[in-house]
Design a protein around this ligand. Sequence first.
Ligand code: GLY
Ligand code: MN
Ligand code: MN
Length: 462
Amino acid sequence: MNAGVYRARRAQLRAAVDGGAILILGNNDAPKNYVDNAYPFRQDSHFLYYAGISETGMAALIAPDGRDTLYGRPHDPDDLVWHGPRPHVGDHAAAGGFAEHRAVAELGPDLRELAGAGVRVHYLPPYRAERRFQLAELLGGDPRAVDGGVSAELVRAVCAQRLIKSRDEVAEIEDALAVTAEMYRVAMGAARPGRAEYEVAGLMQARALELGRREAFTPIVTVRGEVLHNHSCDNTLADGDLMLVDSGAESPLFYASDITRTFPVNGRFSDRQRRIYEIVLAAQMAVINAASPAHDNKQMHLLAARTIAGGLTDLGLMKGNPDDAVAAGAHALFFPHGIGHMMGLDVHDMEDLGDIVGYPEGEQRSSQFGLGFLRMTRQLEPGFVITVEPGIYFIPALIDQWRAENRHAEFIDYDAIEGYKGFGGIRIEDDLLITADGARVLGPGIPKTIDEVEAACRDSND
Ligand code: GLY
Ligand code: MN
Ligand code: MN
């Protein structure tokens, strides 16, 4: 994006925060096991949004009068040897539309001068421990006081601004999704009995790298899809298994994509897998078709939950009235997580800012198991990009626990679900743009119906 975009974003932020200076810190390298062996660098998303620069050791300061300064490491002649020719801080400042640029060593003295003149320095909550120390050092305070000094006003302003995606931001997300579609084409073709999960994970990552992209988050690539955050991928795929893959590439400007598909390792869904898959798909399509600014995301979550409860009742795994079952929270045995979350520069967009992203101010999360994991209840607005990701899982330990407590026994047929232990889990996830009167699934389309998925598995297995 051009310099004017970043300048305009900072001006909008300046106007939304009443007085004071606004500090947006970039990230530094994060050491893995010693300082020079760092995790792959990922810039802070707020810094990317307001400055657009993916480089370590930077900060942006927006003065009370709107004058904005970019701070960065001064040019070191040794850099030429170790890092090759790189843009100087002045080049970055020009690219990001900053009026001024200074050496990052000046940031602390400049901030303390502002503080000395009685100017408040607004900053965002630190999500890396080192950031707490950095802020304490820069502002001349105690690290234990840093969290208490976070600017709620700045948090609100950043959140309000980043929630609504521009056309260019949506284009970035769709660009990421085009790569993600390629990764899923590879995965569906690669899965077959005898292969290891890590082989499929590796082939997907390789496809992203071949296309010059990285993954937006640590993927889930597993036949044990009922373990919701299963990041190990050591299992061997077996005939009859379902493979659940939750993955997504990052765009050139670091926007995320977030897709889940579940597909049969042997290329054909069994009748039982097919029946559960159709319920999950119906829940996802119900939300996709209903989503619009006329609804809030809690309504979307409950719509998916009722579709799932209805489907499982028809199958004989649940009983009673599905609406009553959902009101009681009984469906959460099978669908324990939320229907989705905001997505943008972060896969869970702005989660570092807390529940303010997904919840209207003052609204607390539900204390009900399942509903309490919903990351967003907000009224939908044009320009939101959200995920829609219902699932049905058979979690043996949870089934045993609920059964022992006779929990929601009026809505759950515990005898009928015994035979489903070992089934695994099915989730289907897409990324949705909320429009003026509805919603649009982003991306080029990734096989999703049973026929499409089986064809994709077959095609690449030929
Ligand atoms: N990939 C993380 C999620 O679906 O929320
Ligand atoms: Mn996901
Ligand atoms: Mn997601």
